[in-house]
Design a protein around this ligand. Structure first.
Ligand SMILES: NC(=O)c1ccc[n+]([C@@H]2O[C@H](COP(=O)([O-])OP(=O)(O)OC[C@H]3O[C@@H](n4cnc5c(N)ncnc54)[C@H](OP(=O)(O)O)[C@@H]3O)[C@@H](O)[C@H]2O)c1
Length: 239
């Protein structure tokens, strides 16, 4: 395949919710344990996350106070800025306008040192690009503007420029929905915690503002998770 393969890997309640009260229950901790254990070992070394979820990660990883004025006169070209991690451990931040101010280029997650890659559009400001270069964070452009972000282009660049075979898509609902709408999710891996969330305001694992898509994803594997949860792996039907 010309692009990276995409496996959407999520923790959900029995009713498919990705946030809510159930996420704080003790048995859900065991589901999260299975989720984290399998992320890098079974699915891939590059995890992809949407900008809204990243804002939560920034609280953990560290947010930089950036003085963008200092970059006002920095000359910057329109090209992708590629730095490769030798072990291909990446945190792919889907951030169309360039809003995530990371304090550093790497962070530790599940015992691995992940190199952040910003996936932007040309809506990102030159000053933001200059800051990323100074911190040593690579970036690629996937389209001219936020409203026309091209996720297929992003996946082709991630494969050809970074050598990423598998992207593990870790949410949230909006980013998963955008990949699903563009028929770019190849496998769906759900670690289901043994609770019904029941709250209609909680998000489901894929949110879609588009027509129903009838692509079948037949079950490939199911594995019980200690604590009463289950892991379900679905694979898109070929053709
Ligand atoms: N249970 C789980 O496994 C799990 C996993 C992850 C997250 N979560 C939960 O999910 C919630 C956040 O999810 P969310 O759905 O609100 O947000 P999200 O999917 O994390 O981020 C959405 C944002 O991503 C950016 N984006 C980048 N590329 C995009 C594209 N092609 N199309 C659309 N948007 C794109 C947009 O921000 P810009 O307009 O700024 O670009 C958009 O608003 C949090 O509560 C988090 O805890 C749960």
């Amino acid at each position: 395949m010309e692009r990276s393969n995409v496996i959407c890997h999520m923790v959900t309640s029995i009713d498919g919710k990705i946030n809510g009260q159930y996420a704080r229950e003790p048995l859900t901790e065991q589901t999260f344990g299975f989720y984290y254990e399998t992320l890098f070992t079974q699915f891939g070394t590059a995890m992809a996350v949407g900008r809204a979820t990243n804002v939560e990660s920034l609280n953990v990883v560290g947010r930089a106070e950036v003085d963008f004025k200092k970059y006002e006169n920095t000359e910057i070209d329109d090209e992708d800025y590629v730095i490769k991690d030798p072990d291909k451990y990446y945190f792919l931040s889907f951030d169309r306008k360039g809003k995530c101010n990371w304090a550093k280029s790497h962070f530790e997650h599940l015992g691995k040192r992940l190199l952040i890659v910003e996936i932007l559009t040309k809506d990102a400001k030159k000053e933001y690009l200059a800051y990323l270069r100074e911190v040593g964070i690579p970036y690629i452009f996937a389209g001219e503007s936020s409203s026309t972000m091209d996720l297929n282009m992003a996946l082709i660049k991630l494969k050809t420029k970074f050598g990423i075979e598998n992207v593990v898509l870790c949410g949230g609902a909006v980013l998963n929905g955008a990949f699903f709408r563009d028929s770019l999710i190849d496998e769906i891996s759900l670690t289901v915690a043994p609770y019904v969330e029941g709250n209609r305001d909680a998000k489901s694992f894929v949110e879609l503002w588009a027509d129903y898509n009838n692509t079948p994803y037949p079950l490939k594997e199911s594995t019980p998770i200690p604590g009463g949860g289950v892991h379900l792996l679905f694979k898109k039907s070929e053709g």
